[in-house]
Design a protein around this ligand. Structure first.
Ligand code: AHM
Ligand code: MG
Length: 349
């Protein structure tokens, strides 16, 4: 069992070793999923090396400008998008991909073989934070294809989160950390930039029982429903125990989720009752909510749209948005409770 592998006793556990050991627990595994995960780890290293140089863009040239060599410099999110695609387009492991940056499913180029998995990803989430040197992240999720053979289809990408085979994220912060799950717990690896390897640093992550933080953009509070506002007051100490949580909001989903995963807490981006542009909140079901919901549940937490388990929602559109409440189970269930009590839509007569 991979739980044997722990850092700190002198054993250095690379992500490769860990993934291989996990695979050994499945005698029928072919190694294909393992290799998709390796490819994501490699993409993470390449994107990480670019994000740490992002501040040099002004010196070396930024999007639409020429760098000192007279070459056009790509925007970082476009670079991340192409990196993930290029590392995965020719391997014969994937049937199709879908990216938050691209309108339609991304086919495997016809000269390459297709395979049995489907990769969906948000290449650089929170990219508006890059100019301010705030953490950003990559989110990814892997499904088994549903279509029989040949090029993968839109339907292959529109599967509910409960059918995910694996999901993970990479956070480009003070360190670069990759966190993933294949349904056997959640494990985190920190990139050692000197040797270029991800090393096991956070085995078997479980959300702590006692939550510490709540994370929401309270700048939009006046657009929230009654239930969400009352829930927020509860988190601020308006409850029987008079227990208040601290507010932390980075505005970069991966970073907010990562902190609450390790410390306990809830992140929410509610539906907007006033703003017709955001009736379903902001975050995307396929690329953001479902992959992180898979990780949250694997770590003992929970994720909901306020009424339904995120993992049970079957996407109807690739870029569908969804309200998101995610983190410690007790807090997400409390949010559902407030929404049920105060925001229930009266049944049609
Ligand atoms: P993006 O996909 O355009 O980067 O937007 C998603 C980001 C999330 O990382 C973050 O949780 C959210 O937008 C923050 O939105 P806001 O600025 O409205 O609080
Ligand atoms: Mg995003």
């Amino acid at each position: 069992m991979t739980s044997r592998l722990r850092p700190g006793d002198g054993t250095i556990v690379t992500i490769e070793r860990f993934i291989l050991e996990q695979e050994r627990d499945y005698p029928d595994a072919t190694g294909t999923l393992t290799n998709v995960l390796y490819d994501m780890a490699l993409a993470a290293k390449i994107i990480s090396s670019h994000t740490t140089r992002a501040g040099l863009a002004q010196i070396l040239g930024s999007t639409g400008e020429q760098n000192v060599q007279g070459e056009e410099v790509q925007k970082l999110d476009a670079f991340a998008e192409r990196t993930i695609f290029r590392l995965n387009d020719h391997t014969g492991r994937l049937a199709v991909m879908a990216s938050e940056e691209i309108d339609n499913p991304i086919p495997i180029p016809p000269q390459f073989a297709t395979g049995k998995y489907v990769l969906v990803y948000d290449p650089l989430d929170g990219s508006s934070n890059i100019d301010y040197n705030v953490s950003v992240g990559t989110i990814f999720a892997i499904h088994r294809r549903k279509s029989a053979e040949g090029p993968g289809t839109l339907d292959d990408c529109l599967q509910p989160g409960r059918d995910l085979v694996a999901a993970g994220y990479i956070i480009y912060g003070s360190s670069t950390i990759m966190v993933y799950s294949t349904g056997q717990g959640v494990h985190g690896f920190t990139l050692d930039p000197h040797i270029g390897e991800f090393l096991l640093s956070h085995p078997d992550i479980r959300i702590p029982a006692k939550p510490k933080y709540y994370s929401a953009n309270q700048g939009y509070e006046r657009h929230w429903t009654e239930g969400v506002r009352r829930f927020t007051q509860d988190l601020q100490g308006d409850n029987e125990q008079k227990q208040a949580l601290s507010l932390r909001y980075i505005g970069s989903l991966v970073a907010d989720f990562h902190r609450n995963l390790l410390a306990g807490g809830i992140f929410y981006y509610p539906a907007d009752s006033q703003d017709p542009r955001k009736p379903q909140g902001k975050l995307r079901l396929v690329y953001e909510a479902a992959p992180l919901a898979f990780l949250a549940e694997q770590a003992g937490g929970y994720a909901s749209d306020g009424q339904r388990r995120i993992l049970d929602i079957r996407p109807e559109r690739l870029h569908q948005r969804v309200p998101l409440y995610i983190g410690s189970r007790s807090l997400v269930e409390k949010a559902e409770d407030y929404i049920r009590r105060y925001d229930a839509v009266p049944a049609a007569q």
